[in-house]
Design a protein around this ligand. Structure first.
Ligand SMILES: NC(=O)c1ccc[n+]([C@@H]2O[C@H](COP(=O)([O-])OP(=O)(O)OC[C@H]3O[C@@H](n4cnc5c(N)ncnc54)[C@H](OP(=O)(O)O)[C@@H]3O)[C@@H](O)[C@H]2O)c1
Length: 286
């Protein structure tokens, strides 16, 4: 870590919601921050309040040139990066055949490829430092998906798959990886950050339509508090043994548990079939 023992964070999507709450908490905590946003002028108040410890940088994570420039700006400002928070992302609601090709591509480009762009740009620095923490904002839908979130949840599942392998690849290099799985939190997610299918098909009204109604109903009263999540993230980043998966909120916790129980029941029910497909004469590969 840096000589004065204060970490350097780089957070994507610091304009609102989790990213903004975490940016404020990190600065209040006394750490240093590269706060990034597509419109960095939205961060002017933070820069005025913490002129010595925050640098605001324009960043659209789908633009690799901008990603490199943001990482370079972090090094120039503070000489290192201790924590990368891949927070930027947005939802897409609609049945798989209701959403357009373009909506699908854009969603994966941000939620999956944008995060990968960031990780690949920052890793050489963390490797050289022999330390660092990559925090990837997934969603409970990235572990136990919802009807209507095939693409959004699919992108988050993919991000979790990437993160799982990455966790093992970089652990021996002194680098930590944490996947965050929040349930519904009071941010702009259901409002401006929820892309909706361009056309609807009546047959999905009872399934996808119901989940969409649930989202619209809870908008503004989601149980999760982003400021509390921000405090937990700071705690996790400062812990010696951070989790690979961090579930946030009772809704997410309950969904996670149910998924594990149903996976276990299905695995048990089909154990013999799974075992039946191996050759009779093989060594042990477990
Ligand atoms: N709130 C929830 O219930 C919930 C639950 C599970 C997971 N999440 C995840 O939490 C993360 C943050 O979302 P939020 O809930 O805090 O919603 P939010 O308040 O709407 O924030 C989303 C942030 O992502 C940024 N962003 C979107 N596309 C971007 C891009 N291409 N490049 C850079 N920034 C981009 C937005 O920037 P602009 O201001 O420029 O649009 C904004 O800062 C997302 O990854 C989301 O999937 C949220």
């Amino acid at each position: 870590m840096s000589s004065n023992n204060k970490k350097v964070w780089l957070i994507t999507g610091s304009s609102s919601g989790f990213g903004r709450a975490l940016a404020e908490a990190v600065l209040k905590h006394g750490d240093r921050l590269i706060a990034t946003a597509r419109k960095p002028e939205q961060l002017n108040d933070l820069v005025n309040q913490y002129p010595e410890t925050v640098k605001a940088v324009r960043l659209d994570i789908t633009n690799k040139t901008a990603v490199k420039a943001a990482v370079d700006a972090a090094l120039e400002a503070f000489g290192r990066i201790d924590v990368l928070v891949n927070n930027a992302g947005y939802g897409l609601i609609g049945a798989l055949e209701e959403v357009s090709d373009e909506q699908i591509w854009r969603n994966f480009d941000t939620n999956l490829f944008g995060a990968i762009n960031m990780i690949r740009a920052v890793l050489p620095i963390l490797r050289q430092q022999k330390s660092g923490h990559i925090v990837n904002m997934s969603a409970i839908a990235g572990f136990s998906n919802e009807l209507g979130f095939s693409i959004y949840g699919g992108a988050k599942f993919a991000l979790e798959g990437v993160s799982e392998a990455l966790h093992g690849e970089v652990a021996p290099l002194g680098i930590k990886v944490t996947i965050v799985e929040p349930g519904p939190f009071r941010t702009d997610f259901i409002g401006r950050s929820l892309d909706r299918a361009e056309h609807s098909i009546d047959e999905y009204e009872q399934t996808v339509g119901e989940f969409l109604q649930f989202l619209d109903k809870i908008e503004g009263t989601q149980p999760g508090d982003p400021d509390k999540a921000a405090q937990v993230l700071i705690q996790v980043v400062n812990s010696d043994n951070p989790p690979l998966r961090l579930v946030l909120g009772k809704y997410a916790y309950s969904k996670f548990r149910k998924k594990i129980e149903s996976l276990t029941a299905e695995l048990d029910a089909w154990e013999q079939i799974a075992a039946s497909t191996d050759f009779e004469t093989v060594g042990s590969h477990s």
